[in-house]
Design a protein around this ligand. Sequence first.
Ligand code: URA
Length: 187
Amino acid sequence: MTWEELEQSCRTCEKCELCRTRTNTVFGVGNRKTGILFVGEAPGEQEDLKGEPFVGAAGKLFDRFLEAVDIPREDIYIANILKCRPPKNRDPLPAEEDACIGYLQAQIDLIRPPLVVCLGRIAAMRLIKPDFRITKEHGIWVKKDNYEICAVYHPSLLLRDPRRKPEMMEDMKLIAQRYAVLKGLGY
Ligand code: URA
């Protein structure tokens, strides 16, 4: 499948009920040849309105972490587990994740990134393991299929609990170090 075919099928998707309440699908943005893919949970209000991931308050905080560790946002690709906003930003339902995960899998297959970073526990529970504990296991890399994967705190959690920001900074520094190695390899 090409990017264009994938994006078109996602844009018109009616695989779950969220298609009835969305303003826009939020497919994903960024460098399709990147070495590093970041995966969040689901679009929020601003993302639903604009059709782009991480453009609201959490996204702005995430941008500051990227800047602090010198990873240009244009270098990376950002997508979510769910492409449509759950009403009132409730957690995704398992059936919604099941319906939607094929789009993310296809994005991973097209990008083939050596590194994947989950933003928050919902993405980590889906992509790393169902019993992932974000407070204990953030920043720990594991090998999966064709890539290495870790999770960091979701920026929305950091907005609610700023005391966790130093841990996020440490994780982001290590991510940036790995990314710098990849850049040396031509990514
Ligand atoms: N939170 C997410 O998980 N994804 C977004 O795109 C925005 C907020």
